[in-house]
Every structure is written in structure tokens, then in C-alpha cells.
Design a protein around this ligand. Sequence first.
Ligand code: NI
Length: 141
Amino acid sequence: MGKEKLIRFGVSLPEDLLTRFDALIESESYPNRSEAIRDLMRESLIKREWQAKSQDVAGAITLVYDHHQRELVKRLTDLQHDFHSLIISSQHIHLDHDNCLEVIVVKGTTKEVLNLSRVLRATKGVKFGELTMASTGRRLK
Ligand code: NI
């Protein structure tokens, strides 16, 4: 990433809101207000990007499920083959004796990725499922 031109601008806001915001950024260990505000702006832009259903997006679907449910393991693998065009890679970690953690990196339109995430998370026996929305940051630097 090249060096970008930084712009300064003034913001007016209620004192109480700023006090609460400062407490939040301190608890999240931000070095300064600027960095925290930049992150918030990027986050809301990514959310908006994800709302445009035909937009190309990338993300990661994290699943935790019971290793002993043989049918479930097969079902999740079958589903991933059905949606292979959206899946860039997946990583399987044997968390402990009973549980598997799978991280599936996906890329496609918002609609496709949200659908795949829903299908996987809704599979019976999946204990945890979450979609992390990412962006190429092309316009979000
Ligand atoms: Ni496993």
C-alpha cells in the first residue's frame, strides 16, 4: 500500500459522547482517536458493501462441530463440494477429542456468500457458526 495523503477535518459532537468514545477506545487499546475513527469508518463502509447483494466480497466462515457425528462430517463436506466455486480454501483443526474447528475462506457475491454461510451454520449438529465479512479494501483504505 502506497503512502496516502491524509486529510484533517474537524468534528463537532456532544462532550458526553466523546468521553464515552474515549473510554471505549482506551479499553480497546487504540493508540489514538484517529485510528479508532478510521476503523469505524472502514467497518461501516464494509457493512454497506456487504448490503449490496451483487457486490463481490470475501470472508471466512468459522464452524465448530462434533467430530463423532459421522453423518454431519459427510454432510458438511458434501455441501462444500456443492458450493466449491465459492470456496477458496478451508482449514480443518481437530480441536480436542470431540470437536472439529473448520475455517472456510469464501469469495463471491454477497448473496452467494451469505447463503452458503446460512446453509452451513443451519446444518444440524453445528455448535458454532460465524461469518466474518472482509473486504478487499479497494475503496476502503
Ligand atoms: Ni477434526
